[in-house]
Ligand binder design. Structure first.
Ligand code: ADP
Ligand code: MG
Length: 641
């Protein structure tokens, strides 16, 4: 360890400090929560290593956190008897932050900016990205951290880290200073932070934010926290407020959870678990990527924060605690993976959570709908869990053509109960939103037959459909892959407009010629031109070659491969549409008619547009204008104006 020269904070630490010291934040009191949580972590670490057979110095020292307030010196001091830090650790742990951590923290802070110039609230995100300690500089103008490691060889000296939080810090030896073991932090409070010199104020902050810390917390010698390990208490003795308070302690979420499941299991393994469904959305595909798992305890001793072996990834939205009697206290974190006890816990939690959700869906559909809105992105990944497929399929929810609005949801069982006799397929359609789905030409003949279609708005949904494969002997199919005769067994809805008069045999043959001509006009841009059996109201549609991917899947793959070319598809024409009937008449008069070519172009471009492929909007607008120019001229002639 180098001497006691001044050292610079790394750039990312300076940025975080600069913001915390200079910006006004509400909820500055949470600095106490952060210091207490670090002290508690240090005590947890000591207990964990002691259980594994290491002997700390002064083994009889109680595990506790002592806070003392000194009005004359204007200091708040917090001392713990935990693992402590070596001088190297002081410099590393309190002088650096993982770079990604500081970036995510700063990004998070700016998204929490107060409205209308109100001070921002940092309390939800501080402590999340390894920046908790620095929050002390919201209230302190100078901080000294003196530490003596618990597991060093021989008789280690104490070392002191100190800083005013501006740009530099020092680490120096002060061999005989307190503590005898662990860490003492002295915060010299700023002018405007005198409230934290008042015992009643500090006690109330601790009761609010640190009530469940599993070690005694004392203020000026008096014990403040008295909450037991909630998950070990009998359910009948726990009030909803207690559950909510523990949730907030665990997550720093300011909102109450949506729901809680408290379980106590004796076989095949003994464990207690407290599982919360947050009422707040999480971003597991972004900032919250690694921020999941349950806190794992063995006989009330914390083994690991956010253990990811006790729940499957599709339950990642759960927050909570698992405590088991069946793990040895001396288990090492490194050997937790593949541990049979954890595997059994995960299986039991999965089953109980599914039962809980099934009950919620049946008895409290409005709460279930909220759950779905918040957490379905993750929950849907359960389609890959082969063992649970039938149960998770029943819990899936989608919007559909039959529902009143884009927010309404249906399950597969309800869909089945509404389907006409003989239907054995869940029909679905992918689209960016309900408006786009309802305009899809592929939907037209389903509408005509009154057959409900599930609307899928997220890319993962199609994978879910393919992954589920079959549910209660029904299969899943995209409407655009429906065979020509797929709906023949179902009668048209009666209120439908009368069908167009069929083409005569002669005209049918001429229509085939017209299709050849259109193929000639469009050339390689279409694979083929043929008669459509799927359209009711639209003149034309582009379809993928039979059995191919759906267009949304295809788009996903093209995006993945950065391929922005336009796929070559088959153009299907609606023979009964007035536009095609007119084109047929023009064609009969003159197969080489110039206007016909222009209209065929525009018809094709309109189809591309609907599919979401527009590469050249200039050309499209040009063609539309040219045609309109002609139409307007004819119109004035016809109307004689
Ligand atoms: P986090 O707690 O998320 O790691 P913090 O900024 O709160 O981030 O703390 C940084 C690190 O400093 C901790 O991980 C720990 O290694 C060390 N540390 C802070 N306070 C203490 C303490 N009281 N005893 C021992 N180590 C501590
Ligand atoms: Mg911390």
């Amino acid at each position: 360890m180098p001497g006691s020269e001044q050292r610079e904070f790394r750039a990312e630490v300076r940025k975080v400090l600069n913001i915390l010291t200079n910006s006004l934040y509400t909820n500055r009191e949470i600095f106490l929560r952060e210091l207490i949580s670090n002290a508690s972590d240090a005590l947890d670490k000591l207990r964990y290593r002691a259980n594994r057979g290491e002997t700390p110095r002064l083994p009889d020292t109680p595990l506790e956190i002592r806070i003392t307030l000194n009005k004359d010196a204007r200091t708040l001091t917090i001392a713990d008897t935990g693992v402590g830090m070596t001088p190297e650790e002081l410099a590393d742990n309190l002088g650096t932050i993982a770079k990604s951590g500081s970036e995510e923290f700063l990004a998070g802070l700016s998204s929490q900016e107060g409205k209308d110039g109100e001070p921002a609230d940092a309390s939800n995100i501080i402590g999340r990205f390894g920046v908790g300690f620095y929050s002390v500089f919201m209230v302190a103008e100078k901080v000294e951290v003196t530490s003596r490691p618990a597991f060093a060889d021989g008789d280690p000296a104490a070392w002191r880290w100190s800083s005013d939080g501006l740009g530099t810090f020092t680490v120096e030896e002060c061999a005989d200073a307190e503590p005898a073991r662990g860490t003492v932090i002295v915060a010299h409070l700023k002018e405007d932070a005198s409230e934290f010199l008042e015992p009643y104020r500090v006690q109330s902050v601790i009761r609010k934010h640190s009530a469940f810390v599993p070690f005694p917390v004392l203020v000026d010698g008096e014990r403040v926290n008295t909450q037991p390990a909630l998950w070990r208490e009998p359910k009948s003795s726990i009030k909803p407020e207690d559950y909510n308070a523990f949730y907030k302690h665990l997550t720093y979420d300011s909102a109450d959870p949506l729901d809680v499941l408290h379980i106590s299991v004796d076989a095949p393994v003994q464990f207690n678990a407290l599982l919360y469904i947050p009422a707040t959305a999480q971003d597991f595909f972004g900032a919250d990527r690694d921020f999941w798992g349950l806190d794992l305890y063995a006989r009330r001793v914390l083994i690991q924060h956010r253990n990811k072996d006790v729940i499957p990834d599709w339950l990642a939205f759960l927050k909570g605690v698992v405590d088991t009697e069946d793990l040895p206290l001396n288990i090492s974190r490194e050997t937790l993976q593949e541990n049979r006890v954890l595997m059994k816990i995960s299986q039991t939690i999965t089953k109980q959570m599914l039962s809980h959700l099934e009950k919620m869906a049946a008895d409290r559909p409005d709460v279930y709908a909220r759950f779905w809105k918040l957490h379905s992105k993750v929950f849907k990944l359960s389609y890959q869990d082969f063992a649970q497929r039938e149960r998770v399929a029943a819990l899936m929810r989608f919007n559909s053509s039959r529902l009143d609005d884009g927010d309404a949801l249906t399950g597969l069982d309800d869909y089945m109960s509404r389907a006409p006799e003989g239907q054995k397929t869940f029909w679905y359609l992918s689209a960016p939103n309900r408006e786009a789905a309802r305009l899809s030409p592929h939907l037209e003949r389903f509408r005509k037959k009154g057959i409900e279609v599930l609307f899928l708005y997220e890319p993962v949904d199609e994978f879910v459909m393919e992954g589920l494969g079959v549910y209660k002997e029904w299969n899943f199919k995209a409407v655009e892959n429906a065979a020509d005769d797929a709906l023949d067994a179902f009668a048209d809805k009666e209120d439908d407009a009368p069908a167009a008069t069929p083409l005569s045999e002669d005209d049918s043959r001429t229509f085939d010629e017209l299709m050849k001509r259109i193929k000639e006009i469009l050339g390689d841009r279409v694979a083929d031109v043929r008669v459509s059996h799927r359209l009711a109201d639209s003149p034309a549609v582009l379809v993928s070659p039979d059995g191919g991917m759906t267009s949304s899947m295809e788009k996903l793959f093209r995006a993945m491969h950065k391929d922005d070319s336009i796929p070559v598809k088959t153009l299907e024409l609606n023979r009964d549409h007035p536009l095609l009937r007119s084109l047929l008449r023009i064609f009969k008069a003159d197969p080489q008619d110039k206007a016909l070519a222009g209209m065929a172009e525009l018809l094709f471009e309109g189809c591309l547009l609907r599919e979401g492929y527009v590469k050249d909007p200039q050309a499209l607008a040009g063609h539309a204008n040219a045609l309109m120019e002609q139409a307007a001229a004819w119109y004035t002639e016809v109307r004689k104006i």
